[in-house]
Design a binder for this molecule. Sequence first.
Ligand code: FRU
Length: 489
Amino acid sequence: MSSAIDKANQAVNKLAQLVNKQYYPHFHLAPQSGWMNDPNGLIYFKGQYHAFYQHHPYDENWGPMHWGHAVSDDLVTWRRLPIAIAPDQEFDKSGCFSGSAVDNDGELCLFYTGHVWLSGQGDDEQISQTQCLASSQDGIHFEKHGTVLAPKVGIMHFRDPKVWQQDGQWWMVVGQRTPDNVGEVLLYRSGDLTNWTFDHVVVSHIDPNVYMLECPDFFPLGDKWVLMFSPQGMQAKGYQYRNLFQSGYIVGNWQPGERFSIIKPFQEMDFGHDFYAPQSFLAADGRRIVFAWMDMWESTMPSKKDKWVGAFTLPRELFLDKDNYVRNRPIKELEALREKPESLSNILLKNELKNTDIQSISCEINVEFDLIQSDAERFGLQLAATEDGKQATLLYVDLQSERIILDRSLSGLELTGYRSVPLPKTDKLTLHIFVDASSVEVFVNDDLYSLTSRIYPQLPAKRVINLFAENGKAKVTKLESWQLQPIYA
Ligand code: FRU
């Protein structure tokens, strides 16, 4: 193991002694200590799922990027492994940025961006970014092979390679920022993983303000191809694009030798505050699964004072619906975490707040409302609520705006603001909700919309689920809940 990796492993273990777990997730992947951002190198390899992630093991702030590493047999419970790669070479000396993994005949190959600050840390105008290769036989110890792809002259921002194999060739998409500040995704192909030939620009100019497309991913779903990426520069428009950066997708047709032809222009993938840099991979049985970073650049991260930052979302299966929208829902394996089931049915809320006594620190809730019999101005749930309901994350139907709102104004530490999606025009509304120590994930009518946001509830630590209806009535036809077990072996 390189001495840079040894040092980094020692640092993360030392820092772990200072970690305060009050906001630490029970059932989401997070770093042992220090900083985490994007999911990287997600792959099923030799019978196990590997998840790597952007990681700074030395402290709770973003810094020279390493790749943290964990493995799982079931995609639900995880075991930590030593850090996989550290920035210790000329071509990656300022950071091993995001990338992906492929299985090359039993060899685990990682593609990542070697990042170098050319004129001082943080000067984004003077950088070198190239795509680099590292490989491993055992999936734990990696050997670096250097740069395999450099950008065209004049391009600085060129990163986040996603590689796959198809029709006897290797393919790679990479994001770039042109000298006139246009975000693009480029496609390359290769016969041997080291020599890459430019194929075509998959997308460019998706929006006049977008200057960079981070973390591209290109894969078949249903009978179409999906280009998923994280654009920077989009301006908020009404209820859309409210976060600093977005994550979403374009749907179209593609096959080797052809250009990508777009059917559906850019759509957001999740509608909460904290969902960025999603990466997909294939499960052993062929399902297309995605993890995202459950945070947003430059947002307040109160767990910094607890010496850790960052988590993955739950693993979610992707589907293409008949109108060519990409939907996501939690994978079914997560049901293995359930314990202490409780269920309630036929509750008529009449202008009231109802305490359910369901513990809400690490729980899953499936609730169904009868929209025909509900006329309250606002009705829904208080998540991670104090028993008096004075502190809570609100998830409710607003019948006036006909939207479902996830509101963090009373959630706790330092976070504010709400996000929302349209109220579906169905007779029944189901909300499938996962509440962890510092996050909420909501799936509307199974997989029509998802909303993912971080929350940081303050003391008192006891938190429950409450139901409410304001100025009118609301009918809950059923409510099932489970406590969820921790995911670390
Ligand atoms: C996305 C990103 C990537 C980059 C990495 C650096 O969140 O900015 O484009 O490779 O994070 O940590």
